[in-house]
Design a binder for this molecule. Sequence first.
Ligand code: 13P
Length: 252
Amino acid sequence: MRQKIVAGNWKMNNNAKETKQLIKGIKKSIKKLPLENTRVLVAPTFVNLAKAVKRVKKSNVEVVAQNMHQSKNGAFTGEISADMLQSIGISTVILGHSERRSVFGETAAVLQEKVTAAIQNNMEIIFCFGEMLEDRKSNNHFKVVENQLKNSIFHLEARDWEHVILAYEPVWAIGTGETASPEQAQEMHAFIRNLLKETYNNEVSENTSILYGGSVKPANAKEIFSKPDVDGGLIGGAALKSEDFTAIIKAI
Ligand code: 13P
């Protein structure tokens, strides 16, 4: 059975003190929730990861990384390897976020290398992808999404997919306040699930969690999560306040 997942991508927000407070708030407010088959993930910035891992011990919260480099080690100033993450207790990493692609120039080829490196290092991946507004306007959104998956993650073997979570994040909905309608999300998620079936098999298709991301808030989470192929959310802005994040978790 595939898992339900609510993940908070904190992006470049929260210093050490704020990280401590936010984790404390989330832990407290989800303590009594019946989180059966539901995972709660938070992705603080690199410098706060090690402490965050310690702070979530004995709770239902898991700490994940926002990115990693594809190489084992070496002369890559400013970068972080899979081994470094593993060594502080992190075994899940977000890859392919649209901000990594558009602001930091990560290409499909680089992402393919990162995906391979993560799997080789026994990391779980939250792989992000999604079309731009012009792709949707020109009715190319399905093709764009298919190519993003084909070019960076469909090289994996079927057995690797138990370590993959997909996150469909239409770029036009990220941080804009504009959300894909529940129907638009469902339509794309069903398309992706079918691609998984065609490319791999029924098991991969049925067991892979597909999250939606893009302006998910307490007010719209329930409707989006109610769709059969939406298995949770990757939350940006609304993950920065424990009350909002908790309300979104409750909606799943
Ligand atoms: P917002 O929820 O702020 O739109 O961000 C979504 C996102 O990019 C999560 O990775």
